[in-house]
Design a protein around this ligand. Structure first.
Ligand SMILES: NC(=O)c1ccc[n+]([C@@H]2O[C@H](COP(=O)([O-])OP(=O)(O)OC[C@H]3O[C@@H](n4cnc5c(N)ncnc54)[C@H](O)[C@@H]3O)[C@@H](O)[C@H]2O)c1
Length: 347
């Protein structure tokens, strides 16, 4: 079977997409594109067979290219993803899908109009612990989920924001700690807890010279009656944790990023299940991957998923409609915070 031709646009995190495509048995990394010649040279050193482009239009004219990973600054995603799909290319778009629900909707409209395959990078859904947590939620192990507490306590130095000129700006980053770093956890929150009904939020710029925010705090209600708190920051030196905690009528689960921390179920009195789950999922992706050879996580997983989706004519695991939900929540948080904590209904 002919291998899928893969290209990557934007060579920051795009290098992880290059690695995923280059390591895939089903694809060839045929081209990369960036305006930055140093980054092109670095890609060339690693992948000497790959064609280098500075001009996106030229990349679009390359007939060997079936899929393009869109890894540009966040506010450029819709523009370039739409152009790619209209030129007959399938796309994998980095998170956030774009920086407003309206721009994100342009991607979904182009997907429907062109019939091309379009996936979005929310790779944390495929952390090993997350698959177990999602299954527990879906099987009703926790009973009715009453409360979630989510806290993304990360750290970024000022020089992180100074690099590239787009981070920490409303125009290109669309926000700060929430839109850029914590959008993954916003995605997990709505994926695990259901549709959000309202948000009441505050935000601030505490410790960086940026235009957006480096701290948000929100009270979130869900249509199913549950409640959550959500905190995001890039001020928690030196980067502490990503807390994902769920409390239901029948049990509690707590995780820190890809580590399962707590598995307490009312029906597990002898704690046998807890012991087993912590042994299996309590040591992170790397350990779990060693135990399950061939199972991928992170960017390897999402790149392989879009390759197989295109090859097999199926949908990718995370579609634009899934990713738009996270951006709608982030947008509501910012609107609430700007309005002094007014409760915003998501409708
Ligand atoms: N999924 C994740 O875990 C993850 C991690 C990091 C970044 N991201 C997302 O990936 C995107 C890119 O982030 P980054 O950190 O790699 O940014 P970056 O600034 O390091 O890289 C962006 C690249 O795009 C290139 N570029 C800009 N305009 C271009 C154009 N018109 N044509 C060709 N190249 C162009 C720049 O030269 C730069 O090399 C952002 O949306 C970010 O939120 C996701």
């Amino acid at each position: 079977m002919k291998k899928i031709g893969y290209a990557v646009l934007g060579l920051g995190i795009g290098m992880a997409h290059c690695e995923g495509a280059a390591l895939s048995e089903h694809a060839d990394l045929v081209a990369v594109c960036d305006l930055d010649r140093e980054r092109l040279a670095k890609a060339h050193a690693l992948y000497p067979e790959t064609t280098l482009y500075e001009d996106f239009e030229e990349l679009l004219r390359d007939d060997r290219v079936d899929i393009i990973s869109i890894c540009l600054p966040s506010a450029m995603h819709a523009d370039f993803a739409v152009r790619a799909m209209r030129a007959g290319k399938h796309v994998l778009v980095e998170k956030p899908i774009d920086i407003t629900p309206e721009r994100a909707a342009l991607i979904e409209a182009a997907r429907l109009e062109t019939g091309m395959t379009c996936g979005i990078v929310h790779q944390n859904r495929f952390n090993f612990n997350m698959t177990a947590i999602k299954q527990a939620v879906e099987e009703g192990k926790l009973g009715r989920i009453l409360l979630g507490t989510f806290a993304v306590k990360w750290y970024r130095e000022q020089k992180y924001y100074d690099r590239g000129g787009w981070r920490g700006t409303w125009e290109m980053d669309g926000g700060g700690s929430l839109m850029n770093q914590a959008v993954h956890t916003v995605d997990l929150m709505q994926w695990l807890m259901g549709e959000v009904e309202s948000v009441t939020s505050t935000m601030n710029i505490y410790n960086h010279n940026i235009k957006t925010e480096d701290m948000t705090a929100s009270l979130i209600t869900f249509k199913n009656g549950a409640t959550a708190t959500f905190v995001s920051t890039t001020c928690a030196y030196p980067g502490i944790s990503t807390e994902i905690d769920l409390y239901g009528t029948e049990g509690s689960i707590e995780a820190d990023a890809d580590l399962l921390k707590t598995w307490k179920m009312k029906d597990d009195e002898d704690e046998e299940e807890e012991e087993e789950m912590l042994a299996k999922y309590g040591r992170g992706n790397r350990y779990a991957a060693e135990q399950n050879p061939g199972v991928l996580y992170g960017h390897r997983h999402v790149v392989e998923d879009i390759i197989l989706a295109v090859r097999d004519g199926r949908d990718p695991e995370v579609m634009p409609a899934d990713a738009i939900r996270a951006v709608r929540i982030v947008d509501a948080v910012y609107r609430s915070a700007r309005a002094g904590g007014e409760k915003i209904l998501l409708g």
